[in-house]
Design a protein around this ligand. Structure first.
Ligand code: HEC
Ligand code: HEC
Length: 249
């Protein structure tokens, strides 16, 4: 029931429906969050002590993925803020047009939320959903989703052309390989403070729509327009095949 309501929100719907959703979302955030602030402070202390017990390289990698936020507070905030209803309690989304966040780099998620807020990236639903989030809310919610088991596709498929573009790019057309930035199997990377998002195992329909948005210039928030350059060189068939291949990784 709830799901179908959200799914219809993604289609062209009357403005009144969106604004009532926005009101309810605001009220929920304000009311429940006040009530739970005390609880969150307590759990933060707990989280800090668990964090200090972790050691070694793996802890460093995890810390890099989670960023500066508090995943315990983020769990609560993403529930109250209704993010989980679309993006899943475990970060696996409820609809093929909605991206997974499971194991996504927190820095990347935070960047997107502030881009939605500033209008650098636009989307009818996400512009509203990000409107009232403070930088701390963003960091906490992002840390929560980043801490979930990383999204995983079912199988890479056997499309040789897409597999080749993904792994090696196409020098003749100046296309760098996707893996050189998005990491092995598209599981993401952080280098020189730029977060290269996890794309391997992401929803196929979402991947395709983003590649088309980059190609048409409807989305232009990547550093130095790098994703616009990449996508402009791809044919529509290649975008279709890449989305299929990458979602299986
Ligand atoms: C009604 C469903 C819905 C709700 C509720 C919702 N989202 Fe989204 N979210 C989407 C859709 C759809 C997109 C894809 C936008 C696009 O196509 O550009 C998205 C995209 C995002 C992205 C960008 C992800 C990426 O890989 O680039 C982030 C981050 C995000 N949402 C966070 C949140 C947070 C945090 C909340 C709660 C405050 C939230 N969302 C609530 C539907 C929703
Ligand atoms: C030079 C580095 C680089 C290369 C090469 C590259 N990307 Fe990206 N890509 C990025 C960065 C950085 C972002 C994040 C942009 C932002 O901050 O919004 C991104 C974002 C994306 C997204 C959006 C993910 C989301 O969750 O919304 C998709 C899809 C994507 N890239 C696919 C590809 C594919 C497919 C290829 C290969 C054909 C590729 N990229 C090659 C750097 C790169």
């Amino acid at each position: 029931m709830r799901l179908s309501c959200f799914v219809s929100l993604l289609n062209v719907e009357p403005v009144s429906m969106l604004s009532s959703f926005r009101r309810r979302h605001k009220q929920l955030l304000q009311k429940r969050w006040k009530k739970n602030a005390f609880f969150a402070i307590g759990t933060f202390a707990l989280f800090a002590s668990v964090k200090s017990m972790a050691a070694g390289n793996e802890a460093e990698i995890t810390a890099q993925r989670l960023g500066s936020g508090n995943p315990v507070a983020g769990k609560e905030k993403s529930e109250i803020g209704r993010c989980q209803e679309c993006h899943g309690a475990d970060g696996i989304s409820s609809d093929a047009r909605i991206p997974n966040h499971a194991g996504q780099y927190a820095n990347y998620l935070v960047k997107q939320l502030s881009n939605f807020q500033s209008g650098e990236r636009s989307h009818e639903v996400m512009t509203i959903m990000s409107e009232d989030l403070s930088p701390t809310d963003m960091a906490d919610i992002a840390a929560y989703f980043a801490s979930q088991k990383t999204m995983q596709g079912e199988a890479a498929g056997d499309n040789r052309l897409a597999g080749n573009l993904f792994a090696n790019g196409d020098q003749a057309r100046g296309i760098s390989s996707c893996a050189s930035c998005h990491g092995k199997n598209g599981k993401g990377n952080i280098a020189a403070n730029v977060a290269y998002p996890v794309i391997g195992g992401q929803r196929r329909v979402y991947l395709r729509s983003q590649l088309i948005n980059w190609k048409l210039g409807d989305r232009r928030n990547s550093p130095d327009g790098v994703m616009n350059k990449v996508a402009q060189s791809l044919s529509d068939d290649e975008i279709e095949d890449l989305a299929d291949y990458i979602s299986g990784l």
